[in-house]
Ligand binder design. Structure first.
Ligand SMILES: Cc1cc2nc3c(=O)[nH]c(=O)nc-3n(C[C@H](O)[C@H](O)[C@H](O)COP(=O)(O)O)c2cc1C
Ligand code: SF4
Ligand code: FES
Length: 603
């Protein structure tokens, strides 16, 4: 197959990027699709030929990824998020309006081929909800009128300006904020090496290189930095598990897959301070003796990947990457890698499978990645925010960082606060900051002066807390766990008194059923069954016995799945049924307190 020159050039660059050719599979398919419109049989055969695979291997792998298409989409592919942060701010209405306006339904294309429409899961714009992407461009804080205006411009052949950086990332600082990793948010050209260097850039690396690797790990241990990807595991401890010797080499991975609904803090970090992440990755590599790393970025963040790749090129040119980093004798190579649509690929072992060019199925553990990870070699995988916190720790010391937070929860963290607050946004606050103050003071209180009903503290996989349960609650891993939920990814979703919890529960389950990779039965069958059951209850066709059945089914998934996605689906569901059973009963009796009777009957 004769490929257009730009695709050929990209293929060559990708093939040089990995020690195992197959790793280039998903990026090759996505970049080729961008130019050719879709993935044809001919393209599959061409990719298979270049990667020494057969066409079946390529086809079955690519089918896993939701961004990859086997038929053309419209010239302007409109993707509207209806996941919970967007739903709470009017996404359902927007979705209905979009279908009417474009006169097409989900996954359809207009007759003139100008538009196609898709209902999508969280796109990482939760603080700018409701949001959509047209091709790779973000449009946020949408209303039907705004949507109409944007579509009219595309109709005229324009490309309306997209939203960058993520809404709410740049704002007047609240006095309670402690900007450590977000210090350069909003500073002109903060993504460039020149501006980064003017602001202590690469000073942390310089310090690290003057220490022994073990001293670097000790400093990170002292800082009480805990993983910002969700589980809150000690970063220094994780690094110390990596064996000293490895015949297969070692790897550092930055998890920039950010797909947990309610979470959009890695996007501005990568977009505005990519060198901070790069510096954090080099320090991590030096500490564990790794010489190669990848930043796995979700495919939807294409413009962010472009920014990151430009920063990586600058870092190579300036001697921070490549052979003999800053004249130290230490070498480290780094590249960005694009995902192509899959929440499950954020799970660390699924991410490694995906990076090896396979379907994103998780691996059985043990062995853990620190011992057997990417390409079977010892691997450190950390969230983008975790790694971005490392340069300041080296620069200013572990003790300083630890002192910013609460006991055993060092430093600051970026909270993406979305839902029914007046000032949704991404705020950097000390670990242990009171949730009530986060809502009332930092995020400007609840919209319309309404009352708080519930909070999801750290992304859609966390159990919900009732308003009365957040009294005095400190936002750190241990305190939120003690209150019966999780700090997770810091995606804090605020829900007001006018929200139907059955509808919310149903939408959460739609997400997990959509994202279940299908590898294990409790999750694959459980999420599909729960989705059906919750739809039935929501639509007024449920039976009384359905209510305990929801709780029972969710409980049966808990702890019985290969990876934590099963738990992520079960936990919020169990908490909603337990805490708001009366709303389920009302739906079964044919009523919904939050929808007029005629609207409910129409459902
Ligand atoms: C279904 C699922 C999705 C996940 N998605 C992400 C993600 O998008 N980003 C992330 O950093 N961690 C994600 N995680 C957590 C990772 O598995 C892993 O714990 C994390 O990358 C470790 O980094 P940390 O120690 O810095 O938090 C996910 C976990 C699961 C089970
Ligand atoms: S729990 Fe779900 S996502 Fe995880 S392996 Fe099983 S089916 Fe796949
Ligand atoms: S962008 Fe819609 S929920 Fe995150």
């Amino acid at each position: 197959m004769q490929l257009p020159a730009e695709v050929e050039q990209k293929f060559q660059a990708l093939l040089a990027r990995y020690p195992v050719k197959r790793s280039a599979l998903v990026p090759m398919a996505l970049y080729a699709q961008d130019v050719l419109g879709y993935i044809s049989d001919e393209l599959i055969a061409e990719i298979a030929r270049r990667l020494d695979l057969n066409t079946l291997q390529v086809t079955e792998t690519l089918e896993y990824y939701t961004m990859l298409r086997r038929k053309p989409a419209g010239r302007n592919h409109v993707q509207i998020c209806t996941n919970i942060s967007c739903k709470l701010r009017g996404a359902d209405k927007l979705w209905e309006f979009a279908q009417r306006k474009l006169e097409i339904g989900n996954n359809q294309t207009t007759a003139d081929g100008l538009f196609s429409l898709e209902e999508v899961e969280c796109i990482g714009a939760c603080t700018g909800a409701p949001a959509m992407q047209v091709n790779y461009d973000f449009y946020e804080n949408l209303t039907p009128e705004k949507f109409e205006g944007i579509i009219a411009r595309f109709d005229r052949g324009d490309r309306p300006p997209s939203v960058r950086p993520a809404t709410g990332a740049v704002h007047p600082r609240h006095p309670a904020e402690v900007p450590v990793i977000s210090q350069l948010f909003g500073v002109e050209n903060s993504h460039t090496l020149a501006v980064y260097l003017q602001n202590d850039g690469y000073k942390g690396l310089e310090k690290a290189l003057s220490m022994s690797p073990d001293q670097v790990i000790d400093e990170v241990k002292k800082s009480n930095l805990r993983g910002r990807g969700g589980a809150g595991f000690s970063t220094g401890m994780k690094w110390s598990f990596v064996p000293k010797e490895s015949a297969k080499g070692k790897y550092i991975l930055a998890n920039c897959d950010e797909s947990e609904p309610g979470t959009c803090k890695d996007r501005p970090l990568l977009e505005m301070v990519p060198h901070q992440l790069i510096e954090g990755m080099i320090i991590a590599a030096y500490a564990v003796g790794a010489h190669r790393g990848y930043a796995y970025v979700r495919g939807e963040y294409r413009y962010v990947i472009d920014i990151l790749e430009a920063a990586i090129a600058e870092a190579y040119a300036a001697g921070y990457l490549g052979k003999n980093v800053m004249g130290s004798g230490f070498s480290f190579d780094l590249a960005a890698h694009t995902g192509a649509g899959s929440y499950e690929c954020g799970e660390e072992s699924a991410l490694m499978e995906s990076l090896e060019g396979k379907r994103g199925y998780p691996r059985i553990r043990p062995p853990f990645p620190a011992v057997v990870g990417l390409y079977g070699a010892p691997t450190v995988i950390n969230n983008a925010e975790t790694l971005s916190s490392v340069p300041a720790i080296l620069r200013r010391g572990g003790e300083w960082y630890a002192s910013l937070g609460s006991p055993k929860n060092g430093g600051t963290r970026l909270y993406s606060i979305s839902g029914h607050v007046n000032k949704p946004g991404i705020y950097e606050l000390p670990m242990g900051f009171p949730l009530q103050r986060l809502i009332d003071e930092v995020a400007g209180g609840i919209v319309g002066g309404r009352k708080l009903k519930a909070v999801i503290p750290g992304g859609s996989s966390c159990p919900l807390l009732k308003a009365e349960e957040i009294e005095g609650l400190a936002m750190d891993f241990d305190s939120v766990a003690k209150a019966g939920s999780m700090l997770g990814s810091g995606g804090t979703i605020i829900i007001d008194e006018q929200t139907c919890m059955v509808d919310l529960c149903r939408r959460i389950m739609h997400f997990y059923a959509h994202e279940s990779c299908g590898w294990c039965i409790p999750c694959r069958e459980g999420t599909a069954w729960l989705r059906k059951l919750l739809d039935r209850i929501h639509d007024g066709g449920g039976r009384r016995s359905d209510i305990p059945l929801v709780g029972e089914l969710a409980k049966n998934m808990l702890g019985r799945t290969f990876c934590p996605l099963g738990d992520a689906a079960a936990l919020p569901t169990m908490s909603i049924v337990k805490k708001w059973p009366e709303e389920f009963e009302e739906h079964i009796a044919g009523k919904c307190l939050y929808k007029p009777a005629d609207v409910f009957a129409a459902v």
